[in-house]
Design a protein. Sequence first.
Length: 363
Amino acid sequence: MSFKCGIIGLPNVGKSTLFNALTKSSVAAENFPFCTIKPNIGMVPIFDNRLYKIAEIEGSSRIVKNFIEFIDIAGLVKGAAQGEGLGNKFLEYVKDTDAIIHVVRFFHDLRVTHIYGKIQPIVDIEIVNMELCLSDLDLCESQVLKIKKKINMKNLFLKKELSLLEKCIAHLKKFKMLRTLKINQEENSLISHLRLITLKPVMYVINTNDMLRNENKNIEKIYDIAEKDDAKVIQLSAMLELNSVNFNQIGNNKFSDESEVKRSGLDRVSSLGYSLLKLETFFTAGIKEVRAWTISKGTTAIEAAGKIHSDFKKGFIRAKVISYTDFIKYKGERNVKELGKIRGEGKNYVVQDGDIINFLFNV
């Protein structure tokens, strides 16, 4: 199962630079609009210091991390929802993502032109968000027309969908993101086939070349917008991060060294992206390797077993579970076992973030 974060924003705000830094790639990042046409895709490991601590105690020979997929999508412009700047095509790419990283330009560089001639981060956010709302509004209105044309309006699900879509339309006409509209799980399933963009979780990345700009009022306004839109915010310099990545291409792979490295802006972006998608991690550990496994919150033991191998799910007997806290506190499985803190859990057990699990199965 692949989890995707789309990187969006106006042209020339640093999307491709951030993508290159995240993925250690070298895609084109030029000073002209629509340098990126087809989306660039890269896989990024998730920083998780727990892996190194488990490996140290277990004496593991190898560490296998979680990964998240990042997609560099071409810049959106005013009128994108009506097709400006190949907007319809680019918006389709956004629909295929699970979460959104919205890059906001806050850096000044005379070599990199702004598409509207002026650095105005708040206006830039409003332009992109308006286009996302208009795209969803158009889709919701089209779906309403389709439903109303259906003869059998006795269909309970269609009635519920119609009612929900009318609420969505009213919300979008106020240029409010649908993720701020209270929609329960049942309602969300009714409209999930529409892949509405403003329902997706969002992280604003403030791309600045001056980290002293924390006191600027525009920075505060972006945090206010994020709070209002139920979004997250990270501040970094994509160019500085890329330069740092390029400088450190030859690194030390020792577990102890890497686990002590101060977390970069990129670590925070990838980890927060993981969090935005409501993902969790469980571990399998042994002498050969310690491995992180990605699951959605609420995943049961039998579903987690299937992540490893279909035979684990098919022949599931039980899961032997150690909490990460106990594993670290008591220095490994042997001591945890002696203290009676290994739990035997059934197939309906809801896996908790950080669980170290050994699945017993028979096929």
